[in-house]
Design a protein around this ligand. Structure first.
Ligand SMILES: *[C@@H]1O[C@H](CO)[C@@H](O)[C@H](O)[C@H]1NC(C)=O
Length: 826
């Protein structure tokens, strides 16, 4: 009987804990504004007390689509009255007409947008009160799966239509089930950017041009024979085809539709283009050349390219595969013949929002416009757009089309005047490129710092992995004890979650799930789905995940985080540009090329890497975070109990600091056989302490993968591009250390300077600049040099003579001296 009050008290405490729990996790979602709501409240009631929460109420499918709009998406978690009329409002301003289908499922149509990323929307059943809300993911059209697009069959045929030898019919196909109609209209829309570049009046817009097919069957295919356009519609040379229900009026916006990608409207251009496409295009190219000379150059601002394909593919915090030329997808490099892979700088340049592209050939060397038509070219408009999007040159995909792609058609594809194009869009060699530094957390956590110190820290809790006050970047890691196959606790921990933020970006958390190999990605504590697209533009951060076991997080500073799930453990590799030198602290160390001070504690004291495992353990424990600084989500009871309400570093968890290699242990022999070379030590420790060869093996592989990344990021010396001499040729297109470039002159010209130049370790070319000169010219040059020399000697002689005269006069004041002037012989 005495136990009863005790149990009662425990029960009360438990209930309190639960409600506290609820408030905690609600508060997170509402940005701390929550007062009286609990998480058991329904979505509707939460709306009234926590306005922010409404963002997350509606579940929709599909949750993403093209930024051009027209996607019909279903609302999954609400049943509507069959008679309701739905109105959907995006960003509080763009209204599209929704509907309720025969099953009471609500539908909205996504609007035409000029931005990518999450778009908040609300739904109303009376057109006045918008009391339900959700979010829609707007995706760059090229990043969207082909299933959701109107496809132009044989796009090359479309984009050259009207040039010599190209005509006939044009065919397009689409997935008919994505248009809710028996019959459809096919329309051509034109894209333009108007107003003075870089002024407030710079705008972009879509215009309905004309209907190509009216009231045709929705059977997934349509073909037509284009006619040349009458002026002034020919002014539109970039556009998209759109298929929409035939019940919609011509040019109606924000209706159910499928769009083709933006493309060059060759087939629609005026008669003059068909008559002489090269002449027509050259005229456009020259006009563009004038315009480029008039408006500010963005070239000084863009980042330099990595020197090699290896560097480019390892520098994943700053460069990402170009979808148009991808070695993983068979290297279809339409605009870059000779290249096998291109990458794009992830971040747009700070002021002009310009982009950089870097292409490589099969030997891994850069392909440069100075040597090849397939060279990489920088972009006035970054292909993926740039926050805050909306206006040129930041509109995803389209600004790039306007300034960098259609102009390539004018100068390089429709006419043969690529020099104009390359003079404004030259490849960047890599003379100022600096590879980033890498640090990793692997296995049951072993740390490899930016300066290469390795140590093991098996604390249980939540810790600062990386902190940079200068860049306002924080990366935190949570560790948990491991369990063996039979369920017993192993006295070692593993990384199970990583949370990060830069400045006021969305908080990204990547954590292990119960599904083997699957990583879960949370944005501000809400799960993100990568099922429909593998790249998401978020506030102040991009996230890429092509497969559930790989996640890349990229911040504007150039910091990149690679999270991997392999063999039941999580691996983190952090890539930081050199600007972070001396600007980092935390478990991943002080990045400054000095391995001795990597174990700098939060209080500033330094622990030697050679210190005892206990001292290193104390150093690690000192980097525990606090609830105030925590970026983690505590959405499960055990997370609250073990991490939120408990000390951030669990002092009761004492790991095994070492393992004994017992010859009688049957696991020892296979362990020693497996664990060799780079990573052997960590591999042995992990295998024996967890009794798992699989885990030991993944530690070994992760360590090797880190070593391979370090190898890939090795600095490479580049001497920069060399231009061929006028009236001569250059042999060799490699510009890295030890590369040789040789020169020869055309007939009738003599080589002056170095015939061969070698790229030296100091980044300079050996020898002298090479010229090709005719003998006559040589004579003239030598003649003029001689004449100038004579003139100089004469002047010097006269000056000396006058000086001497003065001096003599001073010396023999009063005396008259007669001088015999010397003759100066030239
Ligand atoms: C996932 O990451 C691993 C290790 O870095 C890599 O080998 C693999 O190619 C990646 N998979 C994809 C699809 O990117």
């Amino acid at each position: 009987m005495k136990l009863l009050p005790f149990i009662f008290i425990i029960l009360i405490c438990w209930i309190q804990l639960l409600t506290h729990t609820a408030a905690q996790s609600c508060e997170g979602r509402c940005g701390g504004k929550l007062a009286e709501c609990s998480c058991h409240s329904t979505c509707e009631s939460l709306l009234s007390c926590c306005p922010d929460f409404k963002q997350f109420c509606l579940e929709i499918s599909p949750h993403s689509g093209s930024l051009l709009g027209g996607t019909d998406f279903r609302i999954l978690n609400v049943v509507f009255n069959l008679s309701s009329v739905l109105t959907c409002r995006f960003k509080s301003e763009i209204v599209t007409q929704g509907y309720v289908d025969g099953d009471g499922v609500g539908h909205c149509i996504s609007p035409m947008l000029f931005e990518s990323g999450w778009i908040p929307f609300e739904v109303s059943t009376d057109g006045v009160n918008y009391n339900r809300a959700g979010r829609w993911l707007s995706v760059h059209h090229s990043k969207l799966s082909a299933v959701f697009k109107l496809l132009l069959v044989n796009g090359t045929h479309w984009q050259y239509y009207g040039t010599p030898g190209v005509g006939g019919i044009l065919l397009m196909v689409w997935n008919a089930s994505l248009i809710n109609a028996e019959r459809v209209n096919i329309e051509l829309w034109g894209y333009e950017e108007t107003g003075e570049p870089y002024s407030d009046h710079w705008r972009s817009d879509w215009t309905y041009l004309y209907t190509v097919g009216k009231d045709v069957p929705n059977n997934g295919a349509f073909s037509f024979t284009p006619k040349p356009s009458e002026k002034p519609l020919a002014n539109w040379d970039i556009g998209s085809m759109r298929v929409s229900p035939s019940t919609t009026s011509d040019g109606a916006r924000n209706v159910n539709a499928l769009w083709s990608g933006a493309h060059a409207l060759a087939y629609h251009l005026e008669e003059a283009f068909r008559g002489d496409s090269a002449g027509w295009a050259l005229e456009k190219c020259v006009l563009w050349d004038k315009e480029e000379k008039r408006i500010p150059s963005f070239l000084p601002e863009i980042t330099d390219c990595p020197c090699t394909l290896t560097q480019a593919r390892a520098d994943t915090g700053r460069f990402h595969t170009d979808y148009g030329c991808d070695i993983e997808k068979g290297s279809v490099c339409t605009y870059h013949p000779g290249a096998v892979h291109c990458v794009r700088a992830i971040q747009a340049s700070p002021m002009y929002a310009a982009g950089q592209q870097c292409c490589y050939d099969s030997t891994g060397a850069q392909v440069l416009t100075g040597d090849s038509l397939g060279g990489s070219t920088p972009d006035r408009g970054h292909d993926w757009g740039a926050p805050p999007y909306q206006k040129p040159p930041r509109v995803p995909g389209l600004s790039h089309w306007k300034y960098d792609v259609i102009t390539f058609y004018y100068c390089c594809l429709w006419s043969d005047n690529c020099d104009y194009y390359f003079s404004h869009r030259p490849s960047s060699d890599c003379r100022t490129y600096q590879a980033p530094k890498a640090a990793s957390v692997i296995g049951d956590p072993h740390f490899i710092t930016f300066d290469g110190t390795t140590y093991t820290f098996n604390g249980k809790g939540e810790y600062v992995l990386l902190q940079s006050a200068a860049y306002n970047l924080t990366v935190q890691g949570r560790t948990e004890p491991m369990t063996s196959e039979n369920g017993s606790v192993i006295m070692a921990t593993r990384l199970c979650s990583v949370a990060m933020r830069e400045k006021d970006s969305d908080v990204i958390e990547v954590r292990l799930t119960d599904r083997p190999g699957h990583l879960q990605v949370l944005m501000n504590q809400q799960e993100l789905s990568f099922s429909e697209q593998n790249w998401i533009d978020l506030k102040g951060v991009f996230v890429f995940s092509a497969v559930p076991q790989n996640v890349t997080v990229m911040f504007p500073s150039g910091a990149g985080m690679e999270v991997r799930s392999r063999g039941g453990v999580m691996t983190l590799t952090v890539l930081l540009p050199l600007e972070f030198n001396s600007q980092t602290l935390g478990l991943l160390g002080k990045m400054n090329d000095d391995p001795e001070d990597d174990l700098t504690s939060s209080d500033g004291s330094v622990v030697q890497p050679s210190a005892s495992t206990q001292d290193i353990f104390a150093f690690g424990a000192g980097w525990a975070i606090t609830n105030q600084s925590s970026l983690f989500t505590y959405d499960r009871l055990h997370l609250l109990n073990e991490y939120y309400f408990a000390p951030k570093h669990d002092p009761s968890f004492i790991p095994n600091f070492s393992v004994t290699e017992d010859p009688a242990d049957p696991l020892l022999e296979p362990t020693l056989r497996m664990c060799s070379g780079i990573g052997a030590q960590f591999c042995k420790y992990d295998t024996l302490s967890t009794r798992s060869l699989e885990l030991g093996n993944s530690t070994l592989l992760a360590h090797r993968s880190h070593a391979a990344t370090m190898q890939d990021l090795q600095p490479v010396v580049s001497c920069g591009w060399l231009k061929p001499p006028n009236h001569g040729q250059k042999e060799g297109t490699l510009y890295l250390e030890e590369a040789k470039v040789s020169f020869s002159c055309n007939k009738g010209y003599r080589l002056h300077g170095s015939q061969e130049r070698v790229c030296q370790a100091d980044g300079r070319w050996s020898g002298d600049e090479t010229h090709c000169v005719t003998d006559d010219i040589l004579g003239i040059v030598l003649g003029s040099v001689g004449a100038i020399l004579a003139l100089v000697i004469m002047v010097v002689a006269i000056v000396l003579y006058t000086k001497k005269q003065k001096r003599e006069r001073m010396k023999d004041k009063g005396d008259t001296v007669v001088y015999q002037p010397h003759t100066v012989n030239l």
